[in-house]
Ligand binder design. Sequence first.
Ligand code: F6R
Length: 243
Amino acid sequence: MNVLANLKWIEAKSYEEMCKNAADIFKEQLKKDHATVFGMATGGTPEGFYKELVTAYKAGEISFAHAKSFNLDEYIGINPSNEASYHYYMDHNLFNHIDMNRENIHVPAGDTANLEKAAKEYDAEIEAAGNIDIQLLGIGVNGHIGFNEPGTPFTLGTNVVELTQSTREANKVYFDSIDDVPTHAITMGINTIMNSKKVVLLISGESKQEAFNRLRSGIITEDFPASALHNHPDVTVIYTGVK
Ligand code: F6R
């Protein structure tokens, strides 16, 4: 492990090891505070991480009965029952298998009429919960965190964003065709993410090499959203398949 600016960097030997390391941090947090407020991410990267949490729950090692969770983002215009929605992803990968109370599970609403209002309420709910204790993040090939695309002001709370072509391309595997990939999403803003007490960022695979290099460079710029994390006091980056 070495330290560049504020970030702690942990290299994992494999995808499985990355997921296990991350899950260990989350399990420790939950054992210390049964009422932990989690920030959750979706995507290909954390699938193995959720498997680890489900296994630990099923083995009786941890319970989510008093915990809460807030997801980073959701596509706009697709229903929670759509298999490509992040609601569906979270139920399928985690929530259907653990004992978190449904009323403590929060995923931004992408199918509501008043999105601006929903975004404001989402931040208010996070604040009312005492802010996120531990936030899981992945990173986009363009350096996005949540769906905060390059150029997003670091000061924003939860908001509605237009997805870049590169993000839509990267995510088209979850849809029948690129035309089916939503053009917009609702996402926690960088400021919402920065209010989390602790952040764990997972980076896996060659396609993330350039994003990894830019994060390593330590240069902070709104053109590279993940660079905001250099201003956060407690970020652990666990990476594999990049160098
Ligand atoms: C997902 C999210 C995104 C992903 C990122 C990487 O909730 O907010 O920032 O973490 O797009 O996605 P994968 O892991 O699919 O490469």
